[in-house]
Design a protein around this ligand. Structure first.
Ligand SMILES: N[C@@H](CCC[C@H](N)C(=O)O)C(=O)O
Length: 281
């Protein structure tokens, strides 16, 4: 049977959005990989599934599958696309919506200037939410066997796990070498998203992210929040920060340790279609 979809992106982090509000959509890992395949399928970094709410307080449930078919608990750029999608598909006219995510709830908002705000949740520093084997909670961690070198990083969960490495220049960061090696390092039993962050000023960073299950993407919203909250926690950044990613600019606001990190940025609908092929490539 043909599968109707909408293609969207947030700063070039691209998504196939599926509407499962009327009938459930069951995707196994192989089907998800087929949809995400840029040659044999539609092509995307993540698949976003819009589902009916699981709790009384929520408007919808939001599920995220990476291009490799694995499930994640968070996707910030996807959450902005989620708001645009449900409003433009006529599923709600609310500007502020609450969504059930895998491990909790999140509030999303359509702003007046056609951007979207996502309250990603209160950052949980490792190892509170990220199993980081062999370490106590600390500001930074060091592993000596990542692609043949020592790597120092901060770690935080925004509903999904992130390691953030400070670099002097994102343009020359070893994203393709260190990214996959740290993503799959045995210290991270659930794997990890790896950010490479250059601090430009107290209110401005540059960032590249090697995403768990997707590789380097043009932008990662939860990764932007991870880079900023670890920078604020280290005393190097202010509460409002501009984050320049390869696909464009997002903003992160984080006021205090018990407040959610808020991501603000655009979301675009690109095209709609029907996937007719069940060929798994
Ligand atoms: N692109 C995302 C994050 C998507 C999930 C991530 N790869 C993971 O496995 O946790 C974002 O914008 O936050």
């Amino acid at each position: 049977m043909a599968l109707a979809f909408t293609k969207m992106h947030g700063l070039g982090n691209d998504f196939v959005v599926l509407d499962a509000t009327r009938a459930p959509i069951a995707l196994d890992e192989a089907s998800a990989r087929h949809i995400a395949d840029r040659r044999f399928g539609i092509g995307c970094d993540q698949i976003l599934i819009v589902e009916p709410p699981r709790s009384a307080e929520a408007d919808f449930a939001y599920r995220i599958l990476n291009a490799d078919g694995s499930e994640s608990g968070q996707c910030g750029n996807g959450a902005r696309c989620f708001v645009r999608y449900v409003r433009e598909a006529g599923l709600t006219d609310k500007r502020r919506i609450v969504v059930d995510i895998r491990d909790g709830q999140m509030t999303l908002e359509a702003l007046d200037d056609d951007t979207f705000a996502v309250a990603l949740g209160v950052p949980q520093f490792a190892p509170a939410r990220i199993p980081l084997l062999g370490f106590e909670q600390a500001a930074t961690y060091r592993l000596d066997d990542v692609a043949g070198q020592s790597v120092t990083f901060s770690a935080v969960s925004l509903g999904n796990p992130h390691a953030v490495i400070r670099v002097p220049d994102v343009a020359t960061a070893e994203v393709e070498g260190i990214g996959p090696a740290l993503e799959r390092h045995p210290a991270f039993p659930e794997r990890v998203n790896v950010g490479f962050c250059e601090i430009v000023a107290r209110d401005h960073v540059r960032l590249r992210v090697f995403e768990r299950g997707a590789g380097e993407t043009l932008a990662c919203g939860s990764g932007a929040a991870a880079a900023v909250v670890t920078g604020i926690a280290a005393g190097d950044l202010d509460a409002d920060v501009r984050v320049d990613l390869p696909g464009g600019t997002a903003r992160i606001h984080w006021e205090s340790a018990d407040a959610p990190a808020v991501l603000i940025g655009p979301a675009e609908r690109v095209f709609e279609g029907k996937l007719v092929s069940s060929d798994q490539g």
